[in-house]
Design a protein around this ligand. Sequence first.
Ligand code: GLA
Length: 366
Amino acid sequence: MTDFQDLYGSAPTVVADAPGRVNLIGEHTDYNGGFVLPTAIPQRTTVALTPRRDRAVHVASANTGEPPALREYLIGMENPIHDWIDYVQGITWTLRTAGQRIRGFDAWISSDVPLGSGLSSSAALEVALLRALRAAFDLELDDLALARLGQTAENDFVGAHVGIMDQMAASLADEHTALFLDTRSMAYQRVPLPADLDLIVLNSGVAHDHASGDYNTRRAECERACELLGVRQLRDLGITDLPRTDALPEPLNRRVRHIITENQRVLDAVSAMQVGDLPHLGQLFYASHASMRDDYQISVMEIDMIVELARREPDIYGARLTGGGFGGAVVMLAHKGSGYNVGQRIAQAYAATSGRTPALLVPAKP
Ligand code: GLA
């Protein structure tokens, strides 16, 4: 396997990393000013980097085939080409636009966060690169600023109109707590994961692509609903508004119903976690999944299949699609100690029926 030393002939001066995330609950609520509850997964993206004296950026990734292709561009000449390099270009473009002084660099990226799996491989890359550049060029940026810069790169350069959840999780979450974030005020609280719980993350093997349009369409539908309802953001609505929002034309009524009920489910999930009520937490997961499947319409047959297989397992409290949707991964809650075995069993049953190649990402083999 190639590494930084093979490619550039010396050791990197900076190495930084950032985790992927799994969102426990609160899907598509972030760009509506609502609540989210992600936690970090063990899979991480690492950026090794040495600053250069000129404006040239040289970058290669361990995840784009062997031998890795070395890509180049000049700081100040960033230009989107609809390729992974856009995430790197997007970060240097955003830093420059924000008035940060950076030069070129040689970089090597490696990641075990699966791409297109709803586990935020892009935010992990953005935040890992920002951390490396912060260290290399002594940039005065706190962790919240890193998250915002990552989102700007994705919104304004890559063209994916994502919310702030993934970058916040990559920058601030850890594996032992869930990051309960109010995306309107940006206030956050770390809620400990119940000790008697195993988290399962199963990648369906069906990849999604955010920039492909479905995600941006959902966002546009929410904005249209706000116009019709005369509110600034869907966050401004609560359960008591449902009779009014149900009168919106299809599918806007459904989209709004998902956001309103999902925000409430995040609040309920935090309470359930705090008192250790795992059966209730599990019910909220299943209800969230049904809402994404029927109202927000972002699930796919394969993901629904995994959730149905989970229902048959007595050791599972709840399961739901996680991330942007249209493929990706399922997050499940299981009795402590049962996660690996039950996760493998579901993966095998799913593989046999769907013909897909799933991957059990969490928990690790005991
Ligand atoms: C993607 C986006 C996030 C969020 C989720 C859905 O991961 O990057 O901002 O909207 O989808 O909850």
